[in-house]
Design a protein around this ligand. Structure first.
Ligand code: UT7
Length: 349
C-alpha cells in the first residue's frame, strides 16, 4: 500500500490584532487573568462583511497548493473542517471550491471541532494511500469572533478563541521513511453538552432544560431557533471550562502515547509535538507529563488564541517555516475538543 505525506502547507491569519487590553474595554476581564489562565496575549479577528471562514480557508489553501507543486485544478478532493461555517448549510467546502475554480470534485465538510484537522488528516490519508486520489486538500478554518458573546457573561469562552485558517495538500510518497505513519481517532459523547453551541439546532430541548430554552410545544416547526433563545441570548457557545480542562489533560498524553506505541517509538523519539492550541496550561501540562524539552513542543496560542480546526495546521506551518520541523523529523499532532473528541497523528516529515 502507498503511504501519504503532507506535500504542501500554508496558513492565513487576519490582519486585525485584538489584545487582552482591547477585550478589557468591552467586558470585565484582565490581561493578567487571561495570560495566567490561558497564556493568550492577543488573537486575530477577521474583517466582518469581507472575510469568512471560506475566504480565509482559500488564502491558506492557495499557499498549500503552490507549495505542493500543483495547481487548484489538480486537487482531487476537498476536506473542510470547521465549527464556524459560512452557512448552516451548505458547508464551506463548496464555497472554497467555487472560489478556487475546482468544479466537479468532491467537497466533504467535517464537524469535529478542535480535533477536526486530525480527523480530516485521517480521512485524507485513507483516500491517498488506497490510490483513489493523488491530491487531497484539507482545510481547517474558523471565524469565531462572529459568534461569541462579548459581554462579561461570555468572558470565559470569548477571551480564548481567535480566527484563522490552515491548509495542507496530502499526496502519495514513495519514500520508505516518510509520511503519515498512523492516525488515531476517539470520541466520548458523554461530554457532548460540556462544550457546545446548542442553537440553532433541532434537539428541541431533548437533552437540555426545555423550560430554560423555551421550546414551543407545537406539532411543526419552531424548535430550531426560537425568539426566547434569542431574547435570553442562548445563542452562544457554552463551555464548562474545568471539566474540559480535566478531560483534555488525561486524553492528550494517552493519545500521543497510543501513536508512539503503535509505531514502536517512545516519547524520547519525538522531534516535534504540535498540540492543538487549547490553552498554554494544557500544553505545558502535557509537555511536563511526557518530559519533553521546550524545543520539542510548538506553542503559538500566545499570538492567535485557540483557532479550533485551524490551530494545528497553523502551528505546524509556523514550525516548519521556522526550520523547527525538518525532513526526517518525527512529528506528532495531537488534538482534543468538543464532543468530546480527541485524536493524534504520527508523521515522518
Ligand atoms: O479547544 C478545547 C476548548 N476548550 C478548552 O480547552 C478549555 C479548557 N478550560 C480552560 O482553559 C479553563 O477552564 C478556562 C481558561 C476556560 C477557565 O479557567 P479556570 O481556571 O478553569 O477558571 P474558572 O472557570 O474556574 O473561573 C474562575 C473565576 C470565576 O470567578 P469566581 O466564580 O471565582 O468569582 C470566573 O467567573 O474566573 C472568572 N472568569 C474570568 N475572570 C476574568 C472566567 N472568565 C474570566 C475572564 N476574565 N475572561
Amino acid at each position: 500500500m502507498l503511504r501519504s505525506k503532507i506535500g504542501g502547507i500554508g496558513y492565513y491569519v487576519p490582519e486585525k490584532v485584538v489584545t487582552n487590553h482591547d477585550l478589557m474595554k468591552v467586558m470585565d476581564t484582565s490581561d493578567e487573568w487571561i495570560q495566567e489562565r490561558t497564556g493568550i496575549v492577543e488573537r486575530r479577528y477577521a474583517k466582518k462583511h469581507e472575510e469568512t471562514t471560506a475566504t480565509m480557508g482559500v488564502e491558506a489553501a492557495k499557499i498549500a497548493i503552490e507549495r505542493a507543486g500543483i495547481t487548484a485544478k489538480d486537487v482531487d478532493m476537498i476536506i473542510f473542517a470547521t465549527l464556524s461555517p459560512d452557512y448552516y448549510f451548505p458547508g464551506s467546502g463548496v464555497l472554497l471550491q467555487r472560489m478556487l475554480g475546482m468544479n466537479g470534485i468532491g467537497a466533504l465538510d467535517i464537524r469535529n471541532q478542535c480535533s477536526g484537522f486530525v480527523y480530516g488528516l485521517s480521512i485524507a490519508d485513507q483516500f491517498v494511500k488506497t490510490g483513489m486520489y493523488k491530491n487531497v486538500l484539507l482545510v481547517g478554518s474558523e471565524f469565531h469572533s462572529c459568534g461569541l458573546d462579548f459581554t462579561t457573561r461570555g468572558r470565559n469562552v470569548s477571551v480564548i478563541f481567535g480566527d484563522g485558517a490552515g491548509a495542507v495538500v496530502i499526496q502519495p510518497t514513495d519514500k520508505e521513511n516518510q509520511g503519515i505513519l498512523s492516525t488515531h481517532l476517539h470520541a466520548d459523547g458523554d461530554g457532548a453538552e460540556k462544550l457546545a453551541y446548542f442553537n440553532p439546532g433541532c434537539h428541541g430541548g431533548t437533552f437540555l432544560d426545555k423550560e430554560k430554552f423555551g421550546y414551543p410545544d407545537q406539532e411543526y416547526g419552531g424548535i430550531f431557533l426560537t425568539d426566547k433563545m434569542i431574547e435570553d441570548e442562548d445563542i452562544y457557545p457554552y463551555m464548562e471550562g474545568q471539566a474540559v480542562f480535566k478531560f483534555a489533560v488525561t486524553k492528550f498524553p494517552e493519545v500521543i502515547m497510543e501513536a508512539l506505541e503503535t509505531n514502536g517509538y517512545t516519547k524520547e523519539d519525538i522531534d516535534m509535538l504540535i498540540p492543538h492550541q487549547a490553552n498554554l496550561r494544557i500544553s505545558q501540562f502535557v509537555q511536563h507529563r511526557l518530559k519533553l524539552p521546550d524545543n520539542k513542543v510548538w506553542n503559538n496560542i500566545q499570538k492567535y488564541g485557540n483557532t479550533t480546526a485551524a490551530s494545528i495546521p497553523i502551528a505546524l506551518c509556523e514550525a516548519w517555516e521556522a526550520g523547527a520541523v525538518k525532513e526526517g523529523d518525527l512529528v506528532c499532532l495531537a488534538a482534543f475538543g468538543s464532543g468530546f473528541t480527541w485524536a493524534s497523528a504520527l508523521l515522518r516529515w
